[in-house]
Design a protein around this ligand. Sequence first.
Ligand code: NAD
Ligand code: DAU
Length: 331
Amino acid sequence: MRLLVTGGAGFIGSNFVHQTVRERPDVQVTVLDALTYAGDKTSLAPVADKVTLVEGDITDAELVDRLVGESDLVVHFAAESHNDNSLSNPWPFVQTNLIGTYTLLEAVRKHGVRYHHISTDEVYGDLELDDPAKFTADTPYNPSSPYSSTKAGSDLLVRAWARSFGIQATISNCSNNYGPYQHIEKFIPRQITNLIDGIKPRLYGKGENVRDWIHVEDHNSAVWAIIEKGRIGETYLIGADGEKNNLEVVETLLEIFGFAKDDFDHVKDRPGHDMRYAIDSSKLRDELGWEPAYTDFRSGLEATVEWYKANEAWWRPSKDATEAKYAAAGH
Ligand code: NAD
Ligand code: DAU
């Protein structure tokens, strides 16, 4: 099988490529990635001899048409993915998440290629802390940020292309991922690399906001379950019952590093900050028999800390620029 992975040099995409090479030697992988600030060739170094990396943009219709035409399956991870960046400059989000997805869909339609669309639980907006509800595939779309609204728009494009043009598509909406190769702008690796540098963790607002954490390996095993067993035209929510508030995450990290639990700073909150995400993944579990392997958040976090300690060469070059961006935004 010839597989095209967009965004395969980013966090989740590179882990997906590693998992695929490891577990599915019959799959021939091509990665299409623009290598933006969030993409890194070296994330694919361990599999470099088994994967073809094409440096290019998903909005480049000619290139996309050629690569999709040479594939049996497209898994579309490429996106502008960080909420804080979308608040300071939404344009790249519109360009990549909407125009880029449109460009891929047109190529998929022309060549009749199977397509899996990677999306986020943020398309559903947020939940109150005391709401017993969780997101399901029937929850109405209600995105809050430029990032999540462009992801919501991209999902709707996929649904329309499936219904109007009959493309062979599935969609997954996953909760917050953690694990190796995550850009250090994101919450968990930002705090880990701060702690390695002797800087206090930075908590937005009171730290009450809840995220439903899932290990990236579990996200990617679910994506393969959907590709192999999912029903065409369906949306599956991916989550591992990992709800934690941000304060609990920071306290756990401080404990892992052997520091006092209150040794962190409160910083300016994110405008429009979603309060809580929570996934009901019963459709994925009941229909496709998927189960997460990483059910102990603390040990998953410990392994992630070890990874960042052992791979300083991977993250160090972007640390100063990332923190300068946060300093400018008051975070
Ligand atoms: P990331 O920012 O780490 O990686 C994105 C990758 O896409 C990078 O390699 C970047 O170079 C590439 N890219 C960006 N614009 C491009 C363009 N125009 N053309 C080609 N490549 C381009 O993102 P991530 O955290 O790995 O997220 C991957 C996908 O998963 C996204 O679609 C995101 O919305 C979704 N998602 C992420 C999470 C999470 O917790 N990180 C959770 C649910 C869903
Ligand atoms: O829910 C899935 C989404 O999870 C994905 O679609 C996004 O691509 C991904 O970035 C993530 O979005 P969040 O906005 O939830 O992730 P982030 O890592 O930016 O922040 C997680 C929480 O931590 C959020 O409540 C904000 C808070 N935070 C973040 C940073 C960077 C802090 O308290 N301090 C920080 O320094």
